[in-house]
Write a protein that binds this ligand. Sequence first.
Ligand code: SAH
Length: 369
Amino acid sequence: MSGQNIMHAETTAAPPTNLMSLDRASMESLFDAMGEKRFHARQVLRWIYQRDATSFDQMTDLGKSLRARLGRDAGISPPEVVARRASNDGTRKWLLQLADGNRIETVFIPEAARGTLCVSSQAGCALGCTFCATARGGFHRNLSVDEIIGQVWLAKRELAAEAGAPRAVTNIVLMGMGEPLLNFDNVVAALRLMTDDCAFGLSRRRVTLSTAGLAPAIERLGALCPVSLAVSLHAPDDELRTQLVPLNKKYPLARLLAACRRYAGARRQITFEYTLLDGVNAAPEHARALARLLGDLPAKVNLIPFNPSPGIAYRRPPQDAIDRFRDILLGAGVFTATRKTRGDDIGAACGQLAGKVLVRQPRREARAQ
Ligand code: SAH
């Protein structure tokens, strides 16, 4: 009997807590529960995110017995890089292997004055936007906090190890694989680490979450962690938008824009992403309708010329059509920029991230989560 009990205790022993899965508040609770001082959370966060420590022995301002205890009960486990690619334009893409074998992609886009890291929030995606490569691979699961923040940790370390003048991550966009607002709690914890002075310390303006338009979650985010918001719009009316972004059936434009208006409040500007698809949503009348739709919002439009991907039958409009679309918006007083295509030679451009999803879930189930 007792033998069986021991066996049971052994097989169900809690795995060591990965400290990269905890934001500051959760780490303080952990130290509380251990009967230790809460301020150790700040020390440990600085060691992990500012000094790249992966072992507790390095944490010389923690007492020896606390270090030993953490070494027994906790760990620091970032994801593993399995492939690195560099584009002719300087964009880097890392393929990361997760503990369960799924693979996700993270992209770094260097520009003259900043370096933007594009982070994934799910393995695969459940939303089924018709022009996106991530959608084609299906959905597997939400990423955990450590898998999200681990991408930033790894990119910083990989960039620091490169020859020549090191590049820094100055901006983060949650525009990689997945729909961040369908992984709300983990994404918010990761956003907190991105903006915590004891971790990556970025200003909220420099961290952008991009969503296909989950209106209620946009409102919750505004109350909890109001980072910069980008909304993938892609069409100026419900009929066309529902064809391209099936989620629009659930949260049509009026509902979505009401949430955006609330999020913007008095000060914040919202970015609307609009992927230009030739013969679908890129005609002058679409631009005029878009300008009318966004009329009174503090909006900025980011036009994304379609990036091709195997098996996706859309085309990018010719350059003069892209310019014309932009000029109509500008003429109507809407701030508009065309996103420069970066990293398309290594499949790192918007909508090209596919990773490797091991087990797919039917979209219906995934969306119900
Ligand atoms: N699910 C979130 C995060 C993904 S962000 C969202 O929808 O916003 C990826 C951005 O790239 C989105 O604006 C998406 O609509 C856009 N995109 C997807 N596929 C694309 C493609 N093939 N070409 C250009 N942009 C694309």
